[in-house]
Write a protein that binds this ligand. Structure first.
Ligand code: AMP
Length: 189
């Protein structure tokens, strides 16, 4: 089962992805986590993307597609993948289809966590205070939301037309969101 956890920044994708890893043994592929790890390690890639992450812009499709390709190859026998924060553009979505079809697979389900902007801002303000992620500061976060609305939200009708999209109320308590996701997974198989 290949599942995309879809939604704006701070919608709870990471939290739910980790629960799915624990419950189902899926492999979580978070391009945000991979890029932050590259920055922290001071690698060539990290140095290249550091400023982009700090300003809340999107890293090039080429870079994130290569990261996903590498992980799909590395985890070829995994029972399923959770794509968290990827794809974020139409180009990335097309590349994902290609990478999966080359491996005889496909995107089975796109779970969209629906959270309104007021709640996103509230959550990210708290996360900024707790974790101090530079790109969670209010100005940068607004820019990330703009990027989401402009570059990423257009994927919603694309997956909906393909009959892959299921919407889950992301404003509910974490347990309830998890239950909604579990229901969607059962219906999808
Ligand atoms: P996230 O943790 O998913 O919110 O990602 C943090 C930052 O990493 C984003 O604001 C982007 O700068 C970068 N990033 C993560 N995933 C992608 C992606 N799929 N495409 C482009 N940039 C990404």
């Amino acid at each position: 089962m290949n599942l995309i956890l879809f939604g704006p920044p701070a919608a709870g994708k990471g939290t739910q992805a980790k629960r799915l890893v624990e419950g189902h043994g899926f492999i979580q592929l978070s391009t945000g986590d991979m890029l932050r790890a590259a920055v922290a390690s001071g690698s060539e890639l990290g140095n290249k993307v550091k400023a982009i992450l700090e300003e809340g812009a999107l890293v090039s499709d080429e870079i994130v597609i290569a990261l996903i390709d590498e992980q799909l190859t590395k985890n070829a026998s995994a029972p399923g993948f959770i794509f968290d924060g990827f794809p974020r553009t139409v180009g990335q979505a097309e590349a994902l289809d290609k990478l999966l079809s080359e491996r005889g697979s496909e995107v089975h389900l796109v779970l969209r966590l629906v959270v309104d902007e007021a709640q996103l801002l509230e959550r990210v303000t708290k996360r900024f205070e707790e974790q101090g992620r530079k790109d969670d500061n209010p100005e940068t976060f607004s820019f990330r939301l703009e990027k989401y609305n402009h570059d990423t939200a257009p994927l919603v009708p694309i997956y909906a037309e393909r009959g892959k999209l299921v919407e889950v109320d992301g404003m509910a308590a974490i347990e309830q969101v998890s239950s909604g996701i579990e229901r969607a997974l059962k219906e999808a198989v």
